[in-house]
Design a protein around this ligand. Structure first.
Ligand code: CUA
Length: 382
């Protein structure tokens, strides 16, 4: 039955591309026309989305976050505990609702007794009603205690992941992107990235949470519940993915104009692949090997890019925006708003305010050749 309900709640893979649009700036510049077009949507990164659907035509009524990144499809031990609690509450509340509706129906349809004066209740009936009310109060208290006990034990279970040898990731919320720093006592071993967290599958990971501006909330439904990122206050959450996969995360606290475009990906790799990814992130990108890449790097270092973004080994050392040292290794840009393709990246550089109005990245009217060089250079930053 539980599986049937889960199937029923799964959407029909028909969610509309809410943030995919051609890049107007690039069309004006006649750049990469053949490579542009409508970008694919975030469901491309959601492994669970490809599973079959039993819903069909009314799936559009469901919010498009139900699916691969759903609290009802846990891929981590903590999300599984939360799902168990969710189903317990669902069935208990459903039973209570049915019981109340049945009692209401009986009360409405029952014929009033005609013996005795109006409003008078015979003593034996009064005693029976008292017993019924007392019984209902007793059942209510019992049900509330069962839910309280289940809730407390779920809270204890999801807090029990701690281990002294876990990887620590510091996650800082910005309007509207996620700064990611892998902590390490050795400064040379610290990795900086953005909007994507790689973790080793099957291992607990400690995520330290902070905010640079307003309150945000970190939520990866398939792995855990929500935890707020509060300015001036650090908190932490422990996550674990039971198996490799890509899990969509969100900001779950209204934090301004582009709150809905503040996504992130948690990518759980097999431990060996995670180690290889980490080693790659520690590398400083090699110097450009041809004239096009050299020109791209020059433009990045001289244009406003360098003021806000950091690229290891170059003069770009800004800290206001995401670190771009290995941007080509990331799957998305603009906080999981667009897939990381040359067309989308070009559109973002030229006209970020159309894609994500109100974000802090200004428009950049680069000459077509400079834009191509910048894109080639950024594409080389694996
Ligand atoms: Cu950050 Cu909503």
């Amino acid at each position: 039955m539980r599986e049937k309900i889960a199937l029923l709640l799964r959407p029909g893979l028909k969610s509309r591309a809410t943030y995919g649009r051609p890049c107007p700036g690039l069309q004006e510049k006649g750049f990469l026309k053949s490579r542009m077009g409508r970008p694919s949507v975030a469901r491309d990164f959601n492994p669970g989305r490809s599973r079959g659907s039993s819903v069909g035509s009314w799936a559009f009524l469901l919010p498009n976050w139900i699916g691969g990144h759903s609290a009802l499809h846990p891929h981590g031990v903590q999300a599984a505990h939360i799902e168990d609690l969710w189903w317990l509450m669902f069935w208990v509340c459903s039973a209570v609702f049915v019981a109340v509706m049945v009692a209401l129906g009986v009360a409405i349809t029952r014929r009033p007794r005609e013996s005795g004066p109006p409003g008078a209740i015979p003593p034996e009936r009064h005693a029976r009603m008292s017993r019924v009310v007392a019984g209902a109060v007793g059942v209510t208290v019992l049900v509330l205690f069962v839910l309280l006990f289940a809730s407390v034990s779920t809270g204890r279970a999801i807090e029990s992941l701690r281990t002294s040898k876990a990887i620590t990731v510091k996650l800082t919320g910005h309007q509207w992107w996620w700064e990611v720093e892998y902590k390490d006592p050795v400064p040379e071993h610290i990795v900086q990235t953005a909007n994507e967290i790689h973790i080793p599958a099957g291992q607990p990971v400690r995520v330290e949470l902070a905010s640079a501006d307003v309150i945000h909330s970190f939520w990866v439904p398939s792995l855990h519940g929500k935890r707020d990122l509060i300015p001036g206050h650090s908190s932490e959450i422990w996550i674990q993915a039971d198996r490799p996969g890509v899990y969509r995360g969100f900001c779950a606290e209204l934090c301004g104009h582009q709150h809905a475009h503040m996504g992130l990906l948690v990518i759980a790799d097999p431990p060996a692949r995670y180690a290889a990814w980490y080693a790659g992130q520690l590398q400083t990108p090699p110097p450009p090997t041809n004239a096009l890449l050299q020109r791209g790097r020059q433009v990045v270092e001289s244009a406003p890019c360098a003021v806000c973004h950091n690229i290891q080994g170059t003069q770009a050392s800004g800290k206001l925006g995401p670190d771009l040292t290995h941007i080509a290794s990331r799957r998305t840009i603009a906080a999981a708003t667009l897939p990381n393709t040359p067309g989308n990246l070009g559109g973002w550089i030229v006209d970020p305010q159309t894609i994500k109005p109100g974000n802090q990245m200004p428009a950049n009217s680069l000459a077509s050749e400079d834009l191509q060089a910048v894109l080639a250079y950024l594409e080389s930053l694996k």
